[in-house]
Design a protein around this ligand. Structure first.
Ligand SMILES: Cc1cc2nc3c(=O)[nH]c(=O)nc-3n(C[C@H](O)[C@H](O)[C@H](O)COP(=O)(O)O)c2cc1C
Length: 132
């Protein structure tokens, strides 16, 4: 796992809705948008599962997740290993965020995404380079 630097965490946080990509057991990619997520710590991005369908199936098969942002500090790609968390403090935190609001969501589980690699997402010099 890698610790995501503050400026890269901010680049993601400055974009409320981010793409979340997974892959199935045949190698078929799947990308969705997620808006309910937070940084639990510098190596863990948590996504609230309200509607995840193919995404959840893919995570349960192989755990690979990728994110990209184009935020105030630039563009970055993350590759992560993810787990579906259905109980305990992280689940309770996500469930509360999802349900304790005017328009409640289901908050069925929380996907904990541990960052394994970071790449530069911007074009130009260093495009696609591995940063960590
Ligand atoms: C702007 C936006 C934000 C979304 N945020 C979430 C989210 O935080 N959690 C979630 O479970 N689904 C969210 N969805 C729904 C998913 O993008 C997607 O429709 C769902 O995971 C089913 O697709 P799948 O079968 O590829 O998993 C969001 C959709 C949009 C358009």
């Amino acid at each position: 796992m890698v610790n995501v630097p503050e400026n890269i965490m901010e680049a993601f946080t400055s974009q409320q809705v981010i793409p979340m990509a997974t892959v199935n057991s045949d190698g078929v990619p799947n990308v969705i948008y997620v808006g309910m997520w937070w940084w639990e710590n510098p190596e863990t991005l948590c996504v609230i599962n309200n509607y995840l369908n193919k995404t959840l199936t893919n995570i349960n098969h192989n755990g690979w997740v990728s994110f990209v942002c184009y935020g105030k500090n630039g563009s970055y790609q993350l590759k992560c290993k993810a787990e579906d968390v259905t109980e305990g403090p992280i689940y309770m935190k996500g469930h509360k965020i999802a349900t304790d609001r005017d328009k409640p969501y289901l908050g069925r589980s929380v996907i904990t995404c541990k960052v394994t690699e970071i790449y530069q997402g911007s074009g130009g010099k260093g495009a696609g380079d591995k940063l960590a």
